[in-house]
Design a protein around this ligand. Sequence first.
Ligand code: TRP
Length: 334
Amino acid sequence: MKKRVFSGMRPTGPLHLGHMAGALSNWVKLQEQHECFYSIVDWHALMSNYMEAENTRQYCYDVLMDWLAVGLDPEKCSIFVQSHVPQHAELCLALSMITPLGWLYRNPTYKEQIENMQNKDLSTYAFLGYPVLMAADILLYRAELVPVGEDQSAHLELSRETVRRFNNFYGEGLLVEPQPLWTATPKVPGTDGRKMSKSYGNSLDISESAESMWEKLRSMVTDPARIKRTDPGEPEKCPVWDLQKVFNPDAEELEELAHGCRTAGIGCVDCKKKLNVHIQTMMAPIHERRVRYTKNQKLLADILTHGAETASKAARVTMETLYPAMGLIPAFNR
Ligand code: TRP
């Protein structure tokens, strides 16, 4: 049975190999099996980046091109920008009526993010309400499945609680409780060995040229104990090995590389060269597709228009049921 799927990503810059190995490869599979809505959630990006809003527009296009490049297909799923479907904001307001402040203040993700981003003033009404908008995103489509990483579990739970409370007030079955579809997130370290992340400046971007990517891989840290070429290494302590495990599909070669590392039979540069070949083989068709889209601004705009139309249709159906349930006069003009 086809199910409704919703997920979103904040447009905060170009996407990287971590996004690809985690969320995106899963999204591409899901579009074959289900009715998927994938949204570039620009309002969410503004919640933490309202002070540097001028980049948001370009970031939306970056995300769109990266999505299309890795194989999201506008013929198979709906790809749209959150703010183009005003019902997201409208449902967010409706849900805010019944969302207890305690739920928001107690949200562990909120506390964590305030701690982690002390350079930004995030003591705003909107940022506190981040999970309310996220709930609105999902519930607007009555989505049953939400592919997300474990870092979103508190938000997902809040969405589920919101449904129960809302339905309790206004009518059973009005909103649908979404199930998380936990995305297996393989360990994808960046060039410095820490988790790949734009904010660490250690990422290998989907849009990055082969030359630039190799330059980064070449100078990447490896097992810190392997100083000289003749020192044996331990793959388990090497971030390049973590990348091999994710991006090298050749099991036999993997074994040779691990053995070669432990016995100092091969050097780190040789190991990186092998990895680079696999990454570039994987990226070549992706880059080719990306360039085609980059050159066609009209096509990108059309994809977003079409996606917003499909999403709006579904959104209107839900909102129409909520108006009378909440005691509002249904709007005549849409
Ligand atoms: N909060 C999500 C993240 O940071 C992005 C997001 C916004 C989302 N709305 C969503 C994810 C709805 C899934 C469903 O990754």
